[in-house]
Design a binder for this molecule. Structure first.
Ligand code: GTP
Ligand code: MG
Length: 299
């Protein structure tokens, strides 16, 4: 018997906002590198996570949830999804199995069909399902719509059926050498991951419009003290009133955001840091090319 050839390639994670794409990415790489929240449109740019196993290396691309774009920001987010779908070897459509099928789901399905790539359907959040019977009509619907390479009920949160997913992906990857070092979890710049961790804490601690009008940029990373680098992050909002909400009474909210983000960042870096946060008001940044470029939300 001949030994199975080593495989490597790219896999796009696509789906509606809140489906659990970033949760899956984090589970797969075993570290939190992508922001996760219960608010839609958490992810704003493509984030790559690398999974190296003896038989293959899979580079996952987490993408923003598919939604109707209004602002330039959102148009760029959707361009990132289109681009990801076209540049990968396999597409994984992630779908919350607890919600009924709507126009958004059809839109994502069309995107996957148009890509012409081998596609795997992941029916996520099965840990939340009251009864597994509701899965059957969902599976039927998708099976009739498209020739999926596999349909896998799973839980990204609990890691359920993730091994099955990896096995199904391997079958459709090209033979080839590893694309990254085996120890790498991501090729994302650490400055960007740090900014995402801060934004995640803002999303978790604010409601209403704040998550949508907020962006975070790491502006300075000072290693003068090698024992404890100082990281400066700017938090962008659109109006002074929003700045007030994020700072909170006597600065309490900003302090809590900083403490929570620092814990995540220190865990990922494996070292202590000093995190310095400040809030900047830039009117209508979501429609401004220059600001979006600075934030790394590329076309
Ligand atoms: N119960 C349960 N919750 C999950 C599961 N996967 C994700 N979630 C939750 O669903 C919410 C959205 O998760 P995300 O990973 O941010 O979703 P996303 O698809 O990346 O969302 P966008 O970036 O906005 O497109 C979070 O509150 C997660 O904790 C799962 O398997 N089970
Ligand atoms: Mg996400």
């Amino acid at each position: 018997m001949t030994e199975k050839a080593y495989r490597s390639g790219f896999v796009g994670l696509v789906g509606r906002p809140n489906a659990g794409k970033s949760t899956l990415l984090n589970y797969l790489v075993g570290e939190k590198i992508a922001a996760v929240s219960n608010k839609p449109q958490t992810t704003r740019y493509k984030i790559r996570g690398i999974v190296s196993r003896p038989e293959s290396q899979i580079v996952f691309i987490d993408t923003p949830g598919v939604h109707k774009p209004g602002y330039l920001l959102n148009r760029r987010m959707m361009a990132a999804v289109e681009d990801a779908v076209l540049s990968v070897d396999v597409v994984v459509l992630i779908r919350d199995a607890n919600v009924s099928t709507g126009n958004g789901d059809r839109f994502v399905l069309d995107l996957v069909k148009r890509s012409g790539k081998p596609a795997i359907l992941l029916l996520n959040k099965i840990d939340k399902l009251r009864t597994k019977e509701t899965l059957l009509p969902l599976i039927d619907f998708y099976r009739n719509e498209h020739d999926f390479a596999a349909i896998i009920p799973a839980s990204a949160l609990k890691g359920e059926a993730v091994e099955t997913l990896l096995g199904a992906i391997d079958e459709h990857l090209p033979e080839g050498e590893p694309l990254f070092d085996e120890d790498d979890l991501t090729d994302q710049p650490m400055r960007m991951i740090v900014a995402e961790m801060v934004r995640e804490k803002i999303l978790a601690s604010t409601g209403e419009e704040i998550p949508y009008v907020t962006a975070v940029v790491t502006e300075k990373w000072d290693e003068t003290d090698p024992e404890k680098p100082v990281i400066h992050c700017a938090i962008f909002v659109e109006r002074p009133s929003q700045k007030g909400i994020i700072i909170g009474k006597g600065g309490a909210k900003l302090k809590a955001i900083g403490t929570a983000a620092r814990a995540d960042i220190e865990k990922l870096l494996g070292r202590h840091i000093h995190l310095q946060l400040f809030v900047k008001v830039v009117e209508d940044w979501r429609n401004k090319e220059r600001e979006l470029n600075e934030m790394g939300v590329s076309e």
